[in-house]
Design a protein around this ligand. Structure first.
Ligand code: AMP
Ligand code: ZN
Length: 493
């Protein structure tokens, strides 16, 4: 049965613009590379969404019984401001502003990244290589591309020759951009560069004396280009040709387009058979981004310490909110939307809890095999989590009917429903039954409000010793009371 499902999996391939059956190079094993974060600031919820999209893909491939090697890198050097070939390295810039070592920046935000993804129950990848740990591999690739005459040196920097490459290859194969348009658009932007052509991109940049993160190379001291890092790390651990390459939609061009060109120039092989792009999370209709400040930090959703939300939400509710949209759709974050998700999530988890106590009968009112088929069809159709969730809600309706004895289920069908319902919500969707946080939040809310009332009563009775004690003891426990406009509110630190 599981082989049958494996063969049915279709994935939308950005390279061809079509949904295609997954045909792994090594039958039972899948190699997947996903571009990781540039660790120069805290991850925002948009970043989390992209990594969660690939977590679902990873989880479902494992669920189907594939052996998966999932490589997701850490970019700890070479990613310049504005994703361009000029400007400051994002990590060096942060180090300069904070007056710390670049590697302290890297350490701080790598830890934040891991903690955050762990909080949202994302599985760790099989290998998590760093760009700075693969400088030698990058230098070797550059040497080969130079030998193949698809790159050139200018003043200690090496650039990829896009025009020459495009003569016998298609630069634009992934992004569907035309080279003529690129030439036209990039000329204005890149005035001071020493490239032969404006659309060429750096494989290696000469480091100025002031540049902190630099390595010796055959071309002098410098640092690698951002695109090259991913080529070095993906091919090192997955081979020259592997199954899936993923990242956020905004990485399709130039990052992934350049990766394809580099690989072909290096080993004459297009790196990945399937390219997958996860769509953006927006806030107020605009893309969430670190650079613009239009973002919300995951930690601030969990504590409720932000101006967007009226209350905190558990990590599983946030996860459920994200998975209610398909990974290729844009999703807008708002207070109302996540509140609605919380209600749905609680309903799902209530049903899950009651599942083990359901009584079976001699007949079934539910076609369990049809339901199961619908669930797998949803996932096999390019990991369609919203449809899967809709199917799960169909079964919730049924579970509630059985509970109130308005419907029946046989013992055998109940067993399938119980095991598959749990597999879908816990193993595939990665939800955790921790809505306890929201119900315990409600309880905490009632308790603190009761203390606020008692404090008010104490104040009216001029028992200031007691009213101050309530305020101070709450404060010691991380709960701050705020008095304004005859009303007392609280925040959790
Ligand atoms: P970065 O650290 O900026 O390289 O981003 C890490 C990952 O998050 C990349 O795959 C980006 O495409 C993705 N990403 C950045 N902003 C968003 C967003 N607003 N929504 C979804 N994914 C995003
Ligand atoms: Zn990458």
């Amino acid at each position: 049965m599981s082989t049958y499902k494996k063969n049915n999996l279709k994935i939308y391939n950005s390279l061809t613009g079509k949904k295609e059956s997954l045909k792994p190079i090594n039958k039972e094993s899948v190699g997947m590379y996903v571009c990781g974060p540039t660790v120069y600031s805290n991850v925002h919820l948009g970043n989390v969404r992209t990594f969660m999209s690939f977590d679902i893909i990873y989880r479902y491939l494992l669920h189907l019984g594939f052996k998966v090697r999932y490589v997701r890198n850490i970019t700890d050097a070479g990613h310049l401001e504005n994703d361009s070939d000029n400007g400051e390295d994002r990590i060096s810039k942060k180090a300069r502003i904070e007056e710390i070592e670049p590697m302290e920046v890297v350490q701080r935000y790598t830890v934040d990244f891991h903690n955050t993804l762990n909080e949202f129950n994302l599985l760790p990848p099989s290998i998590e290589p760093t760009a700075t740990g693969h400088i030698i591999e990058q230098i070797e690739i550059i040497k080969t591309i130079l030998k193949n005459e698809l790159a050139y040196e200018v003043n200690g920097s090496i650039y990829f020759d896009v025009i020459k490459y495009n003569k016998s290859n298609n630069y634009g194969i992934l992004s569907k951009r035309k080279i003529e348009d690129l030439v036209h658009n990039t000329r204005k932007l890149d005035g001071q560069s020493d490239k032969k052509n404006p659309q060429d991109f750096a494989l290696w940049k000469k480091a100025e004396d002031s540049h902190i993160m630099k390595w010796n190379s055959p071309w002098g001291y410098g640092f690698p280009g951002w695109h090259l890092e991913c080529t070095a790390m993906s091919t090192k651990y997955l081979g020259n040709n592997f199954d899936i390459h993923g990242g956020g939609m905004d990485l399709k061009f130039p990052h992934h387009e350049c990766e394809i060109a580099q690989s072909i120039a290096f080993n004459k092989t297009s790196p990945a058979n399937v390219w997958m792009h996860a769509n953006m999370l927006t806030l107020n209709g605009s893309k969430m981004a670190k650079s613009t400040g239009n973002n919300i930090l995951p930690g601030d959703i969990l504590t409720g310490n932000n101006t967007i939300l009226k209350k905190p939400f558990s990590a599983s509710v946030v996860r459920f909110f994200i998975l209610q949209a398909h990974y290729r759709s844009v999703l807008d974050f708002s207070s109302e939307a996540i509140e609605a998700s919380e209600k749905g999530f609680n309903k799902l988890m209530e049903a899950q809890k009651s599942l083990s106590n359901l009584k079976s009968s001699s007949s079934s009112d539910m076609d369990i095999n049809k339901w199961l088929e619908n669930c797998y069809s949803a996932l096999n159709d390019d990991f369609n989590t919203p449809i899967l969730i809709a199917e799960l809600f169909n079964s919730v309706k049924f579970i509630n009917q059985i509970k109130s004895e308005k419907a029946q289920i046989t013992k055998a069908d109940l067993k399938i429903l119980q095991s598959k319902f749990n597999e879908f919500i816990f193993d595939v969707l990665g939800l955790e039954n921790k809505n306890i946080l929201s119900s315990s939040n409600d309880k905490l809310d009632s308790a603190v409000n009761l203390l606020i009332e008692l404090r008010e009563e104490a104040r009216l009775n001029k028992n200031y010793a007691l009213s101050d004690k309530i305020r101070d003891d709450l404060s010691k426990n991380g709960i701050t009371l705020k008095d304004s406009n005859n009303e007392t509110t609280y925040s959790i630190n």
